[in-house]
Design a protein around this ligand. Structure first.
Ligand code: NDP
Length: 246
């Protein structure tokens, strides 16, 4: 389904990003993953991707840093020649009620989640225009649509991604570049492992489907958006949330 496609996935070493990277590789894509360091998790993911036949490479880059992002994009384009699919997945949380949020909690979350998504997209957009093809998938969150107590910084960053997604879709649609967002609900990853067992149970019980999602659930949608089956979909925000939003 994605043979002959080259994909870049930020935060592709763990959790949702890793599941997307593996799903793309299983479907024939060559995958470049971006993370903050060459961690054990990164090395393991890289080995798994290669074992699937993907020409996988790891690029160490902090998406908060525009100069690093530019350098990284130049390296990736030199190595792969062309990029077809970009998944902006890197993200962090620094949860607290508003008065308790430190300046750094606000800055870090906006810088990684929102500015990082903008920097990385900006770095690749000219190459998409040049090739008259590009497919951008931004990982937002249902809390960007509905808000969430204790996550004002995070919800704002994820709502920002939705505005950014719709604007890129409008600006570049005629150049054959699509841009969509995925809004996951609670997905079992290291990010949600920080929640207490009691809280996780309460969240699951509050959901219509009664369980947390898995990274694979998000990866299935990313695969659909990455392929031609979704060729008439752009500027869309699709929830994978076990019914949380209803
Ligand atoms: P994880 O914490 O498991 O993984 C986060 C990934 O982002 C890691 O690969 C990490 O790389 C990378 N990353 C973090 N900061 C940076 C940075 N500054 N520069 C480059 N890479 C960075 O997160 P999840 O898999 O749970 O989440 C993935 C995305 O999905 C996030 O955007 C998150 O907001 C979103 N999401 C998650 C939900 C959930 O319930 N889990 C729900 C809704 C949305 P490294 O290994 O180097 O740290």
């Amino acid at each position: 389904m994605l043979s002959d496609k080259n994909a870049v996935i930020t935060g592709g070493t763990r959790g949702i990003g890793k599941a997307i990277a593996l799903k793309f590789a299983e479907n024939g894509a060559d995958v470049a993953i971006i993370a903050t360091s060459e961690s054990d998790a990164a090395r393991q993911t890289l080995a798994q991707l290669k074992s699937l036949g993907s020409d996988a490479k790891l690029y160490v880059c902090d998406v908060r840093n525009p100069e690093e992002v530019t350098r990284m994009s130049e390296m990736i384009l030199a190595d792969y020649g062309r990029i077809d699919i970009l998944v902006n997945n890197a993200g962090i949380t620094r949860d607290n009620i508003l008065p308790a949020l430190k300046d750094s909690d606000i800055d870090d979350v906006i810088d990684v989640n929102l500015k990082g998504c903008m920097y990385v997209t900006r770095a690749f957009i000219r190459s998409f225009v040049k090739h008259r093809f590009g497919n951008i998938i931004n990982i937002s969150s249902v809390v960007g649509l509905m808000g969430n107590k204790g996550q004002s910084n995070y919800a704002a960053s994820k709502a920002g991604i939705i505005g950014f997604t719709k604007t890129v879709a409008r600006e570049y649609g005629k150049r054959n570049i699509r841009c969509n967002a995925i809004a996951p609900g609670y997905i079992a990853t290291e990010m949600t492992a920080a929640l207490s067992e009691e809280m996780t149970k309460a969240i699951a019980e509050s959901l219509p489907l009664g369980v947390l999602g898995e990274p694979e659930d998000v990866a299935q949608l990313a695969l659909f958006l990455a392929g031609d089956a979704s060729k008439y979909i752009t500027g869309e925000v699709i929830k994978v949330d076990g019914g949380m939003y209803v």
